[in-house]
Design a protein around this ligand. Structure first.
Ligand code: CP3
Length: 353
């Protein structure tokens, strides 16, 4: 068992004692860092960056060179799975992700198959092992995937930024078709995350970015059900170390109790919920990860520190808090403000432990 020198994140996710609150940032490697933009230009485009383990390793390490973060996160994308399923992922400049062949026809849906992580997603596993070697056990590496429903949104709609008309029509008109997609996606995500764990991921996180767009009943049936199915199939241990799991449903505050009961070690929170109230609602079931509004990083360092303090006070004393943003860091964030955030969390949190 090779424990990272700084294993604060792993302990916090398992609600074990820590000396301070660990922090990492959703999308910590990205366009707000000039060195990321330079590497991306050298690679040619975003997908080329993801698909080349040397580049993926380089950009994974960039935020760690700038800030004393408590974790690295694999540089990749949730859409690698539908890409490996043959849907033809591409990124149009300024448009975000798009698919050449969105999934709409029954025949295509019925022939959807779980991609083999050792062939079509080999580049992800190679990136994971290369990042682990480069990290040299300084901090743990987080692996991740999208939730079955969030992946289905992109697969069926064919792009992001929609009103979910096509997928919700399918959900209400042909629920068995959507269930079939979700069933395959759940198997794909389970296999994919287990392969990441075998390649060296030391914690895993599910991003359910669009679960919050569902109605109360539909969330349980079409998103959370499959999120539960994944955790039941995940490897809990690798080389003698526990592999903590995190689930993040954006807009999931209303369903916090059922999310906390879904079998994960930790629940990610967006910024719309008070973390102290969330803690009271989940009790000691799970650790909580979050939940600073990423827009606070546009304000000055003194204001950032005050907002960090509010979250720390609200969570209160004790174990089970990983500090993070409530969603991804904006490309317009001044990097020095991200530095101020990390420093504020590290210094202000000590008195709570
Ligand atoms: O946190 C990290 O540093 C790891 C990297 C990471 C990326 N995408 C890199 C990325 C992670 C964890 C993701 C997850 C992801 N991808 C999600 C779930 C998290 C969330 O934000 O809700 C989703 C929905 C996607 C799909 C996706 N990929 C979208 C919608 C976009 C466009 C968004 C944008 O900001 O333009 C991407 C592209 C993407 N993925 C970028 C990065 C750094 C920007 C691409 C670029 O360099 O042009």
């Amino acid at each position: 068992m090779t424990k990272p020198k700084n294993d604060t994140l792993l302990r916090a996710l398992l609600r074990q004692p820590v000396e301070y609150t660990p922090v990492w940032l959703m999308r910590q490697a990205g366009r707000y860092l000039s060195e990321y933009n330079e590497t991306r230009a050298r690679a040619g485009n975003f997908l080329a960056l993801c698909k080349n383990p040397n580049f993926a390793t380089e950009v994974t390490m960039q935020p760690l060179a700038r800030f004393p973060l408590d974790a690295a996160i694999l540089f990749s994308d949730i859409l690698t799975i539908p890409d490996a399923m043959g849907l033809g992922l591409y990124f149009a400049e300024g448009e975000g992700p798009m698919f050449e062949r969105p999934l709409r026809e029954e025949l295509e849906i019925r022939s959807l198959a779980v991609p083999d992580p050792d062939t079509h997603l080999r580049y992800v596993m190679d990136a994971v092992s290369q990042i682990r070697r480069t990290l040299d056990n300084q901090v743990p590496l987080i692996g991740f995937s999208g939730s079955p429903f969030t992946l289905a949104c992109y697969m069926v709609e064919g792009r992001g930024g929609t009103d979910f008309r096509i997928i919700k029509t399918m959900l209400y008109q042909r629920p068995e078709l959507l269930h079939h997609i979700l069933e395959i996606n759940a198997q794909a995500v389970t296999t994919y995350l287990n392969a990441q764990i075998e390649a060296g991921a030391q914690a895993v996180m599910i991003f359910d970015t669009w679960g919050g767009a569902l109605s109360h009943a539909a969330y349980q049936e079409f998103s959370l059900h499959y999120i539960k199915q994944i955790v039941a199939g995940l490897k809990r241990e690798q080389d003698g170390a526990r592999i903590p799991s995190v689930v993040f449903t954006k807009g999931g505050g209303l369903w916090l109790e059922s999310i906390a009961n879904s079998g994960y070690d930790a629940v990610g929170l967006d910024w719309t919920i008070d973390i102290g109230e969330a803690r009271r609602r989940v009790g000691d079931k799970v650790a909580l990860q979050g939940n600073l509004d990423p827009s606070i990083l546009f304000a000055e360092p003194t204001i950032i520190a005050a907002e960090v303090e509010k979250i720390l006070v609200s969570f209160g004393h004790g174990n089970g808090h990983v500090f993070n943003l409530g969603h991804g860091i904006s490309q317009f964030t001044p990097p020095e403000n991200a530095a101020a955030l990390v420093e504020a969390v590290h210094t202000l949190s000590r008195k709570f432990h």
